[in-house]
Design a binder for this molecule. Structure first.
Ligand code: NDP
Length: 283
């Protein structure tokens, strides 16, 4: 055994209460498939210990780490710089060691965009986005950066919705509007992409958005960020109406693909990563 085998390169995930995180299996599958002596380690980190944990990752020469809620914003103060979209949205889910620096990136929106682009080019399109939380902000910023025509944010809380619309208008000079989601919503005729960025449907295959599904026209692209279960009610309703569907597994796989590329420099095989998740979710 070479000396290298005793010293794998390390990346990790700083999260709270994320035991069994499917990302671990997915990333480790990519490392194994490509013969990389790397490990992806899940680390339970409390908000009070976040600064010390980042210092620890530096001291132990981690090549990077993912971080999930509640660390996505707070981690920024412990880093040396931010990538473009992470800087615009003010949230980091992927930290990458570049030289001696720890740089914060946001791969959630990039992963979503990559899977959407397999079906449609969003440039110049009118997008309806349900939600204004972390996932929606990441998705909206990436869509803005590739030049969508307009984003209609449909959100229950007016305050959170307005904050996202202001960000899109002020930082990306995008045509954006808020619809406060207090009644059944019908998608406008000129919209060609509809995205659920809320947590509705998470762990509940029967949960429905307060959406008039008859307003979804054939050929519209309908996407969901929820990946568990991948076949949400929205995905099933949209497929029945002849829409093209993009499930949340694609986003999860692609944010992992981008993370592995950032950390290792190789382009991992997305098929191996998706297959691992499908086995976990029993798809
Ligand atoms: P947040 O808590 O930041 O935001 C939740 C959003 O959902 C808010 O807009 C909230 O509205 C809305 N919402 C929740 N429940 C309801 C409801 N009953 N009716 C109307 N609106 C509702 O969560 P995140 O943005 O971080 O995560 C959202 C989803 O995205 C989760 O299911 C998560 O698993 C998924 N996700 C998937 C990823 C992937 O790779 N596929 C990556 C990251 C996240 P309000 O503002 O009114 O409270």
């Amino acid at each position: 055994m070479s000396e290298d085998n005793f010293c794998p390169e390390l990346v990790g995930s700083m999260s709270q209460g994320a035991a069994g995180n499917p990302t671990v299996a997915m990333v480790e599958a990519a490392f194994q498939h490509h013969g990389l002596n790397w490990r992806y380690v899940n680390m339970e980190v409390t908000p009070e210990d976040l600064g010390a944990a980042v210092q620890g990752a530096r001291a132990m020469s981690y090549r990077g780490f993912n971080c999930s809620m509640p660390h996505k914003v707070e981690v920024i103060q412990h880093l040396d710089g931010l990538g473009e979209s992470a800087s615009i949205m003010g949230a980091v889910n992927c930290v990458v060691k570049r030289g001696d620096q720890l740089i914060g990136e946001n791969t959630d929106g990039k992963g979503f965009l990559k899977s959407l682009q397999e079906v449609v080019d969003p440039k110049g399109q009118h997008v309806v986005l349900f939600g204004a939380g972390g996932a929606s902000r990441a998705v909206a910023v990436e869509l803005g950066l590739v030049g969508v025509k307009k984003i209609t944010v449909v959100n229950r809380s007016a305050e959170r919705g307005q904050s996202l619309v202001d960000l899109l208008k002020n930082k990306l000079q995008l045509d954006a509007e808020l619809v406060v989601w207090d009644k059944n919503y019908s998608t406008p005729e000129d919209c060609s992409i509809v995205i659920n960025g809320t947590s509705i449907g998470l762990y509940d295959a029967g949960a429905a958005l307060d959406l008039d599904v008859s307003s979804l026209r054939e050929g519209t692209v309908v996407s969901d960020v929820v990946f568990n279960p991948p076949q949400t009610k929205l995905m099933r309703d949209a497929a029945e109406r002849g829409c093209k569907t993009v499930d949340g597994l694609g986003m999860l796989v692609n944010q992992g693909v981008i993370g592995v590329k950032y950390w290792t420099g190789i382009d991992p095989d997305p098929g191996v990563m998706r297959k691992t998740l499908e086995e976990i979710f029993g798809v």
